[in-house]
Ligand binder design. Sequence first.
Ligand code: ADE
Ligand code: ZN
Length: 336
Amino acid sequence: MSSHHPLPKAELHLHIEGTLEPELAFALAERNGIDLPYATPDELRSAYAFSDLQSFLDLYYRLTAVLRTEQDFADLAEAYLERAAAHGVRHAEIFFDPQAHTARGVDIGTVVRGLSQALDRSEERHGISTQLILSFLRDLPAEDALKTLVEAEPYLHRISAVGLDSAEVGHPPAKFTQVYAAAKAAGLRLVAHAGEEGPPSYISEALDLLGVERIDHGIRCLEDPELVARLVAEQIPLTVCPLSNVRLRCVDRLEEHPLPAMLEAGLLVTVNSDDPSYFGGYVEDNYQGLQRALGLTDDQLRLLARNSFLAAFVDDERRAELLAELDAPSRSSILG
Ligand code: ADE
Ligand code: ZN
């Protein structure tokens, strides 16, 4: 990130487990008496070379082993919020993967209470409003997702939405129709990863069968002009993660990222960091990377920030507050 003052923005696609920096992983491993198969944080960092989504997920799930106590989850979230504030984030909707923890014997309550310790004081400490999105692992059976939703019942007051992540290809949204209906009945908002590695048809399925309001990633929509027309007409927000797409080889180089084409098509695009510890940058690094590699103008970056507030699951009052901050005259010219 340069010294340039970052635009105020919302982050809508961020996996809290993907913010685990190597140094914190080592500190938590030591606190919990866990051996990591790396000698130093730098040696771990050098393992962050991925050939596709699965090669990343293998390391991402393996490193969750260091997260055991409420304090661990609180420390993880606090470290993210501190960085997010420096990147101009004013509102964050944060994914967590309960099944990555319950599978290791860590109760979902430990996860939610720990994260909430940090989130509950985030407005006061960092000026960042927050929400949690419970994400189901799509490569596990649908029954496991239903069981997870039941386990989450005591904590639903702290959870605003459900999502769907992990290995995409071969695990179409249709598999989760029942659990999404149950989540909706419980009053939760709905999102899903679709069209990251998977085909455009998964995006349509997520809309038609799951009833999602936003699509996470969605970059492969461009392969289907009819789908693009629909996403534009319905102004379905897409939470795009450019540095992630390059690191997971969904896009060869940032210079070839389809985001400009997506804006040109009139899609409601937002820019997010996905798993910033693993992908070489937090959210403002994604904004600046787009500007550097693709020549996006300041006005285009401002439009992306505005879109992030339009796509956020906030009430009218908070949305107006966020938008006003983006339009405040002190943002431009001398102080900007
Ligand atoms: N889990 C964490 N990051 C993810 C991504 N980019 N796609 C699918 N599952 C994920
Ligand atoms: Zn993601």
